[in-house]
Design a protein around this ligand. Structure first.
Ligand SMILES: *Cc1c(COP(=O)(O)O)cnc(C)c1O
Length: 411
């Protein structure tokens, strides 16, 4: 089978129901092919105006009176995200803190509620660093054991000593997508709870929290959800578990009758008991237009296009890059792959730098992973074609060998 031509892909873009969404983003330079939406999503076109309004009207003119509206934003935006993009019910998702802090709060609450004999935390030894470090820290704090495993070993590792399992739904390097219903059921059967990290799934994978039996989850909004650098993260706690789980940071935003300023901590029954302190309203404001854009497109449609763009990357990589020692390191089965595709091979850090010079922004993750992440809301099929074509040209000319092999501080 021959690879699709650029013309055929341009025709596909013309038919694409998500094509109009590209104009809902700021594309400052049409020459740049942005395949890094899993690291920092593009700026939605509605965001600057909305932020200006919040700053000028609500802060500038409304002053402290605006808190009567701001006070609900963490829950209101949590509901929008939870019900429309994550398959959760109302009152089960809230915006708060960073993913790291939310993982600490949720995992700590789950550990505090687990049976005393269960003294082990399992995590994916290849997970994103903060997830691993947090579990090591929680184990140190509570005198437990934290053990990094390989995901296929999970079933054997789940004994009656395991309290908690922490896993990413989509692996940040390989893009492997786990079977959330199966893994959750397996852990529950063994008496353990799972915290799912949805950072690389939210906004690109059709996550079905309720239907999967998931109990606890956390994740970022600045990746495929496009809410901006360092935007507030989210957390999910299934409704029936909320009253029995207590998070460790007893702040006044979790308090019942908050403005009664009562003497002792008595958290609300609902999801807001997982809040801590005053939310960053200006950052939170940027979450709203970002979520609305994804909701308007529909997560099923986003996922459908994401799968097709992944297939296209794999097809072109097999055809054009294999001879240069570059291979696809992501699952080929689309049901087992998230939104990005990972390539591996020699000199991938140098390739990443050469691509940047050629106008293709993607990223490198140690030791040799090159991640290509089309974001279906603003990446066209021709962009994927052009990016792979530029990569092929670099490899043919060996242009990348001019770049330093040493890593820089941020990759
Ligand atoms: C991006 C990412 C994070 C980031 O956490 P921060 O607290 O926002 O720095 C955490 N975990 C995973 C799996 C991620 O992909």
């Amino acid at each position: 089978m021959s690879v699709p031509t650029r013309e055929a892909l341009a025709a596909r873009d013309a038919r694409d129901p998500l094509a109009p969404f590209r104009s809902r983003f700021v594309i400052a330079d049409e020459g740049v092919l942005y395949l890094d939406g899993n690291s920092l999503g593009r700026l939605p076109a509605a965001t600057p105006g909305f932020l200006a309004e919040v700053v000028g009207q609500e802060w500038g003119a409304g002053l402290v009176r605006s808190w009567s509206s701001w006070i609900d934003w963490t829950a209101r935006l949590g509901d929008l995200l939870g019900t429309r993009l994550l398959g959760a019910g109302e009152g089960e998702v809230v915006l708060s803190d960073s993913t790291s802090v939310n993982l600490y709060k949720v995992a700590s609450a789950a550990l505090a509620a687990s049976e005393p004999g269960r003294r082990t935390i399992l995590y994916d030894g290849a997970d994103f660093p903060t997830d691993r470090y947090l579990m090591q820290g929680l184990a140190a704090e509570r005198g437990l054991t934290a053990r990094g495993i390989e995901v296929p070993e999970l079933e054997d590792a789940l004994g009656d000593d395991v309290a908690l399992v922490v896993l990413s739904l989509v692996d940040y390097r390989t893009a492997e997508l786990l079977d959330m219903p199966r893994v959750t059921a397996m852990a529950r059967h063994a008496g353990a709870r799972v915290v799912w990290d949805l950072s690389h799934a939210a906004g690109v994978v059709d996550v079905r929290l309720a239907a999967s039996g998931a109990e606890l989850a956390v994740g970022c909004t600045y990746k495929y959800l496009n809410a901006g650098p360092g935007a507030p993260a989210f957390l999910y706690v299934r409704r029936d578990l909320q009253p029995e789980l207590r998070q460790p940071i007893w702040g006044w935003f979790g308090q019942r009758d908050q403005f009664a300023m009562g003497p002792g901590y008595d958290p609300v029954a609902g999801i807001e008991r997982f809040l801590v302190g005053t939310p960053p309203i200006l950052s939170l404001a940027a979450v709203q237009p970002a979520l609305e854009t994804c909701v308007d497109a529909g997560i099923a449609e986003i996922r459908r296009k994401s799968v097709q763009q992944g297939e296209l990357i794999i097809e072109l990589a097999d055809r054009w890059l294999g001879a240069h020692g570059i291979s696809v390191a992501s699952p080929r089965d689309p049901d087992r792959r998230g939104g990005h595709v990972c390539l591996r091979g020699p000199d991938t850090w140098q390739l990443c730098q050469a691509l940047a010079e050629a106008g293709v922004i993607c990223d490198f993750r140690a030791p040799d992973f090159l991640r290509l992440a089309p974001s279906p809301l603003y990446t066209r099929f021709v962009d994927v074609f052009d990016a792979l074509d530029r990569l092929r040209t670099i490899l043919e000319r060996r242009d990348h060998l001019r770049f330093p092999a040493e890593l820089s501080r941020v990759t």
